[in-house]
Design a protein around this ligand. Structure first.
Ligand code: SF4
Length: 64
């Protein structure tokens, strides 16, 4: 398992995650929260189940 996935769960591979780097911490923002109140801006991690999950692999073309 990818180390990020082990730490934050599903958000690691979700297209709606935005990583926010601060001076001493890293935060994982859910961009679904902008338009859907069911989703927390900063969900408690690790996220194990999420009805909004969408794999980044579905939109990112493979790199050669
Ligand atoms: S939709 Fe779910 S899995 Fe995706 S970033 Fe938001 S909380 Fe994480």
């Amino acid at each position: 398992m990818d180390p990020l996935e082990a730490t934050i769960g599903l958000c690691a591979t979700c297209e709606f995650r935005r990583t926010v780097e601060a001076a001493r911490s890293t935060f994982y923002m859910c961009q679904r929260s902008f338009t859907d109140a069911r989703f927390a801006k900063y969900p408690p991690i690790p996220v194990i189940r999420c009805p909004g999950y969408k794999s980044k692999a579905d939109i990112d073309p493979p790199v050669d």
